[in-house]
Design a binder for this molecule. Structure first.
Ligand code: ADP
Ligand code: MG
Length: 263
């Protein structure tokens, strides 16, 4: 199996988190007007750890992801990546953002650029990687996610599942320290969900630190170290996937699970 090349983390398995904090949210609060969308969030994600964020629509999951990437500002508290607090703006922010890969529900590829260009653009522009090297690394990543033969096509010529795998390759090309996934499979036709989850599962097995908003329980059971359940802007409970899905403690979680399990 080709590896993504994360050195010492390559042989890690889920459960093999190293115990050193990589993403630390400390008393994070955010409001949208009267809405307290992030309510005193404290969350530490260790290097190599895979954390699933689950919860009802509107509970603040996307805002949490966007705050970690500083696509949203926060009102109070701190967010640090690898010991560095998120900078406000400018080049330090661009650098730090490059350390935090993000994959959205909508694939967000550049529509008028080829698949290969989509993957090489960031490394060339932000990381200053020479073109030839960027292309070689991009082709390896596209190979790894199974779409190397589509490299010269435009995004619209690919299926949703293929586009989402390209979006993952594009994020990985920046060699991020952590990957955020915000409902990466919820816009996909059912038959394409697994091809994306398979890529994410192998990434998790290779030791990538991941924060994943998803309701895919199979993936959570296979790949996650921890489930964080959010509702109303609060982290309501945290548990292992097994504990959470078989024995949720809070009424909110029980209610939520009964709804997603019935269909
Ligand atoms: N830019 C915004 N302005 C105002 N309200 C927002 C904005 N973004 C999200 N919200 C609100 O914040 C709440 C949480 O949204 P979100 O983080 O997208 O939740 P989730 O991803 O869990 O569904 C929702 O009530 C949503 O309507
Ligand atoms: Mg959301």
């Amino acid at each position: 199996m080709t590896s993504y090349g994360y050195g010492h983390e390559m042989d890690a398995q889920p459960g093999a988190a190293t115990g050193t904090p990589l993403v630390v949210l400390d008393h994070v609060n955010k409001h949208f007007g009267d809405l307290h969308v992030l309510n005193d969030i404290n969350l530490t994600v260790d290097r190599g750890e895979v954390v699933i964020v689950i919860g009802p629509s509107g509970s603040g999951k996307s805002t949490l992801c966007r705050a970690i990437n500083r696509l949203e500002t926060i009102d109070e508290g701190t967010i640090a990546i690898d010991g560095v607090e998120l900078p406000d703006e400018g080049k330090p922010l661009a650098q730090l953002r490059a350390d935090v890969g993000m994959v959205f529900q909508s694939f967000n590829l550049f529509a008028h650029k080829t698949i290969l260009e989509n993957v090489t653009l960031g490394p060339i522009k932000v990381r200053g990687v020479p073109k030839a090297q960027a292309r070689a690394e991009a082709m390896q990543l596209l190979e790894r996610v199974g779409v190397a033969n589509q490299a010269d096509k435009l995004p619209a010529q690919l299926s949703g599942g293929q586009q989402q795998r390209v979006a993952i390759a594009r994020s990985l090309a920046m060699k991020p320290k952590v990957m955020l996934f915000d409902e990466p499979t919820s816009a996909l036709d059912p038959e394409m969900i697994n091809e994306v989850l398979d890529v994410m599962t192998s990434l998790a097995k290779e030791g990538m630190t991941m924060i994943v908003v998803t309701h895919e329980m199979g993936f959570a059971r296979k790949a996650a170290n921890r489930v964080v359940f959010m509702a109303d802007g609060l982290i309501q409970e945290e548990a292992t996937p097994e504990e959470f899905f078989t024995n949720p403690r809070s009424e909110r979680a029980k209610d939520f699970l009964s709804k997603i399990l019935t269909h």
